[in-house]
Design a protein around this ligand. Structure first.
Ligand code: ZN
Length: 247
């Protein structure tokens, strides 16, 4: 309750400080207008998504909406244009993908997590590149992940474990085709030593905002498996529907 009360205050402050513009279409009036809400509501339920071509080691991925239109604008505004308030629009979408992954993942079996109080799954956000953390001053994906799990029923609510780190500098993925993205990220992620006990023998759901070529999720899964994760699945808000450019 305290959390939601604080969020309400933050909402009010945000509305005072920022001109209320729709994060999806820039229409004046409110954070997310009815037209953009209808666009999102019209998307089919969260489902499996596999890019073509799929990189080796890509975990099974659940996603909700195509990376286009209002959601594409909303994600860009949330991540790069300071509209952190849009996390309220995006978190329910990630919750939907996450729940679909968790429900499907139950069929996978596997050992329970190390701490029964924490359930049998953990949610692992993909790591942010250091220049982005410096530029943005925060880690919006961790916030999105935390808000998303809050809507998961308590009995199956997984903890968010930011276990992954970038072990080296990687080039900006934008503009790289599928094979180049995989090459750029190969071996780039590691599980932080302090987080290793949280993922070893544990079922993990990697979360990200968008799946494009799948290179990021494949590398995250590789690093988690290398650290002993029992099962790795993935969930994203959106998926790029167009095929990546060929070299
Ligand atoms: Zn709108």
């Amino acid at each position: 309750m305290v959390g939601s009360a604080r969020a309400g205050v933050l909402d009010a402050l945000t509305d005072l400080v920022l001109p209320a513009r729709c994060g999806g279409c820039d229409r004046q009036g409110q954070r997310w207008c009815p037209s953009c809400a209808r666009e999102v509501a019209a998307a089919p339920p969260a489902g499996r998504w596999t890019p073509t071509p799929a990189p080796g080691g890509l975990p099974d991925v659940w996603s909700v909406v195509p990376y286009e239109g209002a959601v594409r604008a909303g994600l860009a505004n949330w991540k790069d244009n300071g509209r952190r308030d849009l996390v309220r629009v995006l978190a329910p979408l990630l919750t939907e993908a996450l729940l679909a992954a968790l429900l499907a993942g139950e069929d996978w079996g596997g050992p329970p997590g190390p701490d029964p109080a924490h359930g049998t799954w953990v949610v692992v956000p993909v790591p942010s590149a250091r220049p982005n953390v410096r530029r943005r001053g925060d880690r919006p994906l961790q916030d999105l992940a935390r808000r998303s799990v809050q809507a998961v029923p308590p009995a199956i609510r997984p903890p968010v474990v930011p276990a992954l780190r970038l072990a080296r500098t990687v080039a900006d993925q934008a503009g790289l085709h599928s094979a180049a993205r995989s090459e750029n990220l190969r071996g780039a992620m590691v599980v932080a030593p302090t987080a290793a006990p949280s993922v070893q023998g544990v079922r993990c759901v990697v979360v990200d905002d968008v799946i494009t070529t799948g290179a990021t999720l494949a590398e995250a899964a590789r690093a988690l498996r290398a650290a002993g994760a029992a099962v790795v699945l993935a969930a994203t808000v959106a998926a790029t529907r167009r095929r990546p450019r060929r070299p």
